[in-house]
Design a protein around this ligand. Structure first.
Ligand code: PLP
Length: 239
């Protein structure tokens, strides 16, 4: 455990240094970008280590697993739902999460709005964009983003904060730069066209292998799993 703890602390430090370097390359301030630890399949003891190392945002992709961990860890961190939402889990999701990053349909938005209303709260959400139109991925296509953005921004109990996307995997991350750039363009374009000023300020993109490029192209939130919790990724992926 001591070794695991050291590894996790080391990984987090290293990623923060790399995040700052990427921000500098793009002429951005490093505190414009938050680090979210993706903790799916990670045991609670290791999540505690990450939190003790300064992690403030936790991402989970299954409601059941998130629920268990939420009861153990509590609201000392900010909980993000990053997996596909099933509408029958909306109530649990609205109870646990501070932000649902994966809204990709009117049905999901309706269910979350209803659940948030039942809990008498406002729920922050992002709209997930399938930026490369990949068949196996969730999210709306870029061309359908504006319609869903307009719809969700009218929901009384949802606060639409921005967009989330996953780039396709490519060993050479330069190949995915155009997708991040496209996301940035959609993000700023929609901000201009939104009916009323809302806190539209989260562009969630970048994972272990491509977070540097994502930051260079405007990400405000990177979601890192293996880079924090796995030894091989810390040697290979985050070099
Ligand atoms: C698993 C996951 C991540 C983290 O991926 P890593 O490559 O392990 O950093 C980020 N975002 C989403 C939506 C995920 O499901």
């Amino acid at each position: 455990m001591e070794n695991r703890a050291n590894l996790i602390r080391y990984n987090i430090e290293r990623i923060r240094v790399e995040m700052a370097a990427a921000a500098r390359r793009a002429g951005r301030a490093k505190d414009e970008i938050e680090l979210l630890a993706v903790t799916k399949n990670i045991p609670i003891e290791e999540i505690r280590i990450a939190v003790a190392s300064g992690i403030k945002f936790i991402g989970e992709n299954k409601i059941q697993e998130a629920r268990k961990k939420f009861f153990l860890l509590g609201p000392m961190v900010s909980w993000h739902m990053i997996g596909h939402m099933q509408t029958n889990k909306a109530r649990s999701a609205a109870a646990i999460f501070d932000l649902v990053e994966s809204v990709d349909s009117r049905r999901v938005a309706d269910a979350l709005d209803r659940a948030a209303k039942g809990l008498d709260r406002q729920l922050d959400v992002l709209i997930e964009i399938n930026v490369a139109a990949e068949e196996q991925k969730f999210g709306v296509l870029p061309g359908q983003a504006e319609e869903l953005v307009r719809y969700v921004s009218q929901k009384e109990h949802l606060r639409l904060r921005g967009l989330m996307a996953m780039a396709p995997y490519a060993p050479d991350t330069e190949l995915v730069r155009p997708f991040f750039r496209h996301m940035r363009r959609i993000f700023t374009d929609l901000r201009r066209r939104l009916p009323e000023p809302k806190p539209w300020n989260i562009l969630s993109m970048g994972m272990t292998h491509d977070f540097r490029v994502a930051i260079e192209e405007g990400s405000t939130l990177v979601r890192i799993g293996t880079g924090i919790f796995s030894a091989s990724a810390s040697q290979g992926g985050v070099a």
